[in-house]
Design a protein around this ligand. Structure first.
Ligand SMILES: [Fe+2]
Length: 412
């Protein structure tokens, strides 16, 4: 049995039990609008079925908490780790990622029984300070999967030519001032970056360390749909000089001519096909597109260090983030957090003196530090309270099914 690493109990707040139950309840609430078939299909290898997210997050608690720390606990079904382990080599065999949509069984109801069984058993561990850090990790992990569940089901519903809506309702309008652009100016100098160990953070956010910044400015808002339309009508997608070589090859190979989910003046949302608000932030763009847009606009993407230095003075719970089981829809505003994750030009690499956690949970972040770029902030599908100034999201440069947007930067 692998040994899992228990972090300092200082992570745990007095409301750990309440946050555990609220997190578990939200995952199920997000699936209420879905049929059994909706929850079972998989639209591409990057995306997972909604049902699989419900099960995998439960596997995480059952494996790393109940199996490893609750004496006498017996697995709900000893065969299910084969289905619901994601990428933990230390946890043995698992089905290929691209085959998750082939799991017609167990059904949603059976998975929810498992969830209830695990939640009941977790009652014995929720007050135990020795595993509080691991429970915090499990909560943060499930919150990450809530965002993936929302973006994955959006991609799945998009495959249907009829464009079915997951929710009914009206999209919020961007605030009237949304198009104004101001800049945060920074004189440069030595800055302190990374998580200082006070409260929960993923291992990839630390250690805290000093960096040297040149003078720069960071845009006060995200790039809007209206600005992206200008880029598009100015031939942005057919001008190779704007693109990185890999990006241009991607545009040519995949026939890319607009952000994912765009069709003429509409875009696909969790409310189905809707008109685009020109003042709302553009989302669902790849790193390649973000970089090409920045070149066209005469700016550049920020480094993650620049972004964090500005964000340290901002409320990570601010902006348009997920507050309940309603649809995530970009709206626009001046917050550093919310609406869309922001591509940075920083490669996803370990910070100086980084060491992954020991045990199986050490596979959580460190082993993905190759070929990806860091995104900062939070999106409209991120549970409010999940992100922080030091939070490092990461994706491959061609990926764009997350709510990924652009905040420009420039040298001063
Ligand atoms: Fe996971």
């Amino acid at each position: 049995m692998p040994e899992t690493h228990v972090q300092a109990p200082a992570w745990s707040g007095p409301d750990l039990t309440a946050r555990y139950h609220a997190t578990r309840a939200l995952s199920e609430a997000l699936c209420v609008p879905l049929s059994e078939a909706d929850a079972t299909i998989q639209s591409m290898e990057d995306a997972s079925p909604a049902k699989w997210h419900l099960a995998h997050t439960t596997w995480f608690f059952e494996t790393f908490l109940l199996r490893d720390h609750l004496p006498g606990y017996r697995l709900f079904d000893a065969h299910w780790p084969l289905l619901f382990n994601s990428y933990y080599e230390a946890e043995g065999e698992r089905i290929p990622r691209a085959r998750r949509g082939m799991l017609s069984r167990p059904g949603v109801a059976e998975i929810c029984h498992w969830r209830a069984h695990v939640d009941e058993a977790m009652g014995s561990l929720l007050g135990n300070p020795a595993v509080a850090g691991l429970i915090e990790l499990g909560i943060a992990h499930e919150q990450q999967h809530q965002e993936l569940l929302l973006t994955d089901i959006k991609h799945a519903l998009f495959q249907n030519p009829l464009g079915p809506a997951m929710w009914e309702g009206e999209a919020p309008k961007a605030p009237a001032s949304a198009a104004d652009l101001e800049w945060y100016r920074h004189p440069g100098g030595i800055a302190l970056i990374g998580h200082d160990g006070d409260g929960f953070a993923f291992d990839n956010e630390g250690p805290s360390h000093r960096v040297l910044l040149e003078p720069f400015a960071l845009a006060g808002r995200l790039v809007t749909n209206g600005e992206w339309e200008q880029f598009l009508s100015d031939g942005g997608y057919s001008t190779p000089s704007l693109w990185l070589s890999d990006g241009w090859a991607w545009v040519q190979r995949e026939g890319i001519a607009a952000p994912l989910y765009w069709r003429e003046d509409r875009h696909f949302t969790h409310l189905g096909w809707r008109p685009r608000d020109p003042k709302a932030p553009v989302t669902h763009v790849s790193y390649y597109e973000a970089d090409a847009f920045a070149s066209w606009a005469g700016g550049r993407l920020p480094t993650e260090l620049e972004w964090e230095t500005i964000a340290q003075a901002h409320d990570p719970k601010g902006g348009n983030q997920l507050d309940g089981s309603g649809p995530p829809l970009p709206r626009g505003g001046t917050d550093l957090f919310g609406d869309g994750w922001q591509w940075t030009r920083s490669a996803y690499l370990p910070y100086p003196r980084f060491a992954p956690a020991t045990g199986a949970v050490g596979e959580y972040n460190g082993k993905f530090m190759s070929g990806q770029f860091v995104l900062r902030g939070a999106s409209c599908a991120t549970v409010r309270g999940h992100s922080r100034a030091s939070y490092r999201n990461f994706f491959y440069p061609h990926q764009r099914w997350q709510f990924t947007g652009v905040r420009l930067a420039k040298d001063l």
